[in-house]
Design a protein around this ligand. Sequence first.
Ligand SMILES: Nc1nc2c(ncn2[C@@H]2O[C@H](COP(=O)(O)OP(=O)(O)OP(=O)(O)O)[C@@H](O)[C@H]2O)c(=O)[nH]1
Length: 441
Amino acid sequence: MSFDQDELRGEVTRGARALVVCPDIRGVHYDIGIEARLEEARGLALAIGIVIADSFSLPIREVRPNTLFGAGQVENIGIACEQTDAELVIVDGALSPIQQRNLEEKLERKVIDRTGLILEIFGERAATAEGRLQVELAHLDYQQSRLVRSWTHLERQRGGFGFLGGPGETQIEADRRMIRQRMARLRKELEQVRKTRALHRERRGRAPWPVVALVGYTNAGKSTLFNRLTGAGVMAEDLLFATLDPTMRSISLPGVEKAILSDTVGFISDLPTQLVAAFRATLEEVTAADVILHVRDISNPDTAAQKAEVVEILRDLGVIEGEDTLIPIIEVWNKCDLLPENERAELVPGVAEDDTTVAMSALTGEGVDELLVLLGELLTGKARTHSFSIPVAHGRRIAWLYSHGEVLVDEEGGAGKDGPLRTITVRLNPKEFGQFENIDE
Ligand SMILES: Nc1nc2c(ncn2[C@@H]2O[C@H](COP(=O)(O)OP(=O)(O)OP(=O)(O)O)[C@@H](O)[C@H]2O)c(=O)[nH]1
């Protein structure tokens, strides 16, 4: 195989020192302000263990097709790299393959753009089979576009120059073909995974404990909360857990011996469209959770817009349908410590009236106990009423409902494709509701 598979992954290494540059292009609409964009870009880089040597924004009046930035700006980036010892430049915007190559040559450093950076993060976080496949597919797609248009560079690398349309070009063609073949294979595998869909059931079936999933906008404080909830005292079994999957840990909650806390990839503004499918797939595991903690940075001026985006994705994933949430969601109003005194007094600490909101600070720890109590209640005591339409022939499922839940109504419910139905209304807590889905006929 002539194409180096490693080229497709691992654009950046953990611990690399990077300069983060945020281009502010005149006439381009960004969802959030330049300071917030810079903050987000820094957060993204930190999320995959990059050390930030420096970060700044650069106004661009006119996009240069070859380098994006103007000549003077490129020079300044180079100087900043020298001064801060940066070995990597992250451009928080889209670079064409040509721009990326040219910047790399001029700066004599690796340069990655926003899509490349986000792909790295997704690659690290993808927890399900579908997520991993989607991320690899997006990576190949990205890589493919780079190959096509930067062929002169690769040709030179391979010593193919001198022959017009000669070996160099053939090499590129071969690389492209290989990528296409790999992509076709991945698509097939994806189809397979989707067909079986046993994924989540299997995952749920395997986990004897309830699962609590953290979702939220990037920089909302998910990791900080994750670390606070999982605490300093890491038990041996947790270490094993942490090695297997660093985004999952066990926690104990009032009334619940053990629950699993699962972190997910953060939501990102202006997500490049080619990454949307991969992003959703990395979040699929959320649909297997018993409770979702939606972490919000309540001190952020864009907090309402960020919430709307998160809700939209949860809708797409089928977690929210119309007015109903199929998995209970607790809104964590994080970073309360940053609110002005008068606003804080109304919120902190604790639980708001609707009992699905907790105001807290993952940094100072205020409100954490209230959150734990609410979580414990949701996972144990707080049963909810559900209505199921079940074929009479599915005796085991019906018997299970009687033995585990509190059946309120049980009546004839017409006929379905598996014969006569019963409509059973029953009170189940979230854990039992999850278990019920796994009961065979
Ligand atoms: N003042 C304050 N800062 C906080 C709080 N929680 C988190 N932070 C800070 O916010 C920044 C982002 O926190 P993270 O926990 O990394 O955010 P995240 O949601 O995991 O971000 P991604 O990994 O990008 O999704 C860090 O600098 C935290 O120290 C809080 O309650 N109060």
